[in-house]
Design a protein around this ligand. Structure first.
Ligand SMILES: [Cu+2]
Length: 271
């Protein structure tokens, strides 16, 4: 046990800092938003915990394979049956309890950070702080996403643009079947259900292009249901949204009034 413990300690002391400082920060989804950089942080902590555990398993496995190997034994012969070894039971119990409780508490605390990029339903338990939160509605439909900006006359756009540094409240809903709005680089994923207003928060911290995918099998062209969104400067966004208001003015006139959910007539959708 002493040799195993020394090998475990030395290897863990070398590998854990490498994993935590070098490998973990390069993992997706990156640091484009508050939610995504929090996800990278969570993964870094989890990898920091799991590396010594994986090393312990590897060292124990390698040591027993090499040292306890019996070349001349009858393969059917069994080892000594051992029970009740308090010097193993106690550290095992304490160690696993501490790790599991820490993970449960850590995971819960991290989730309270404005929902950690997940959809929280119509009345979010964990909200973004501050009053300057811009609502943007994500409307999923077979097989595209459109976006409504209630603060800009309820204009409905074909693409998603967000201003950098602005807190955004996404209201994800659907017109037909169950979809899921997933923008990996933003660290946001929220179910899009018809008749449901699913709120998720995002706070973009850098200008970038990001991919949007539907991540719930929603019919024949589900795989085609993707788009590229943009996070742009405040001025560029103001310019873009006023252009959208002009371009889509004829459509805005006949659209139903902005609402947190829609139940359109099937024949209207059928043209
Ligand atoms: Cu879909």
């Amino acid at each position: 046990m002493r040799r195993i413990a020394i090998a475990w300690f030395v290897l863990s002391a070398i590998l854990t800092p490498i994993v935590v400082a070098v490998i973990a920060p390069t993992l997706p989804p990156g640091n484009a938003t508050e939610a995504s950089s929090n996800q990278v942080f969570d993964d870094t902590v989890l990898l920091g915990i799991v590396t010594p555990i994986a090393v312990a398993l590897g060292v124990y496995f390698a040591y027993t394979l090499i040292v306890f190997r019996r070349r001349d034994a009858d393969p059917a012969e069994e080892g000594v049956a051992t029970r009740d070894n308090p010097s193993i039971h106690l550290p095992w119990l304490v160690g696993t309890i501490v790790i599991v409780l820490f993970l449960a508490i850590f995971g819960t605390v991290e989730l309270t950070d404005a929902g950690a990029g997940g959809g929280q339903g119509p009345s979010p338990a964990f909200k973004l702080s501050g009053n300057d939160v811009m609502p943007v509605q994500v409307i999923a439909q077979q097989w595209e996403f459109t976006y409504r900006y209630p603060t800009y006359g309820g204009v409905e756009t074909a693409h998603l643009e967000l201003p950098v540094g602005r807190k955004v409240e996404l209201h994800v809903t659907s017109l037909d079947v169950i979809h899921s709005f997933w923008a990996p680089k933003l660290g946001v994923k929220a179910d899009a259900n018809p008749g449901v207003d699913n709120v998720a928060y995002v706070e973009p911290e850098e200008e970038l292009s990001f991919e949007i995918h539907c991540s719930e099998l929603c019919g024949l062209w589900h795989g085609y249901m993707f788009d590229t969104g943009q996070v742009v400067s405040g001025e560029a966004f103001a310019e873009w949204i006023s252009e959208q208001q002009q371009v889509f003015a004829p459509a805005t006139k006949v659209l139903p009034k902005y609402s947190t959910q829609y139940f359109p007539e099937p024949e209207r959708r059928g043209g």
